[in-house]
Design a protein around this ligand. Structure first.
Ligand SMILES: [Mn+2]
Length: 181
């Protein structure tokens, strides 16, 4: 299956719209959102075209495709307006023979992993793309759709077969990839 992965939209209607354009082109089987969907959070500047209600409208249109985990900026009311499950701290997925431990990253991360055996620990939260091998897992981060940090790109990821690709959400250009064993 083809999985699209995105994190840390933080209420940016501009970048969410770009993500929706890429979603229509990529035609993934599912879109996995790693949290921090609607609000900017007190440590971030407002992202471009900050409009959480517009983000709700866009994601609601494709809610049957959406899988989610809770970020540290999510509020309880988000579950009511978004219409797909988003309030758990982590989700386990088994995709293309890969066990994926999906979590936002503020609780469980590469320094505080879940009890993992041979899989991918997929986190957002840092807003910095990453692919790092550890003894029991590979830590992978798509970076942020709207507020990238450390001079990284406005990103999303595509998983096909066993290869994760990092792409620029505005240009669709692939700028990195990682194949897991
Ligand atoms: Mn965030």
């Amino acid at each position: 299956m083809k999985l699209m992965i995105a994190s840390d939209i933080h209420g940016s209607a501009y970048y969410c719209e770009k993500l929706m354009e890429r979603f229509k082109e990529e035609k993934p089987d599912k879109l996995l959102l790693l949290g921090d969907v609607l609000y900017h959070g007190p440590r971030n500047d407002l992202p471009k075209d900050y409009a959480p209600k517009k983000v709700v409208t866009m994601l609601s249109e494709i809610k049957e495709y959406c899988l989610g985990v809770r970020g540290n900026c999510e509020a309880e009311i988000d579950q009511v307006v978004l219409g797909f499950p988003l309030m758990c701290d982590y989700a386990l997925l088994y995709v293309n023979d890969i066990t994926i431990y999906a979590t936002h990253g503020h609780i469980y991360n590469q320094k505080n992993p879940l009890p993992l055996t041979k899989g991918v620990l997929l986190c957002g939260h840092t807003h910095v793309p990453a692919c790092e091998e550890y003894e029991d897992f590979v830590y992978i981060n798509p970076g942020s759709v709207s507020i990238p940090k450390e001079n990284t790109k406005h990103s999303y990821m595509i998983l096909e077969d066993r290869t994760f690709q990092w792409k620029d959400v505005e240009t669709k250009e692939k700028y990195a990839e990682c194949t897991v064993k």
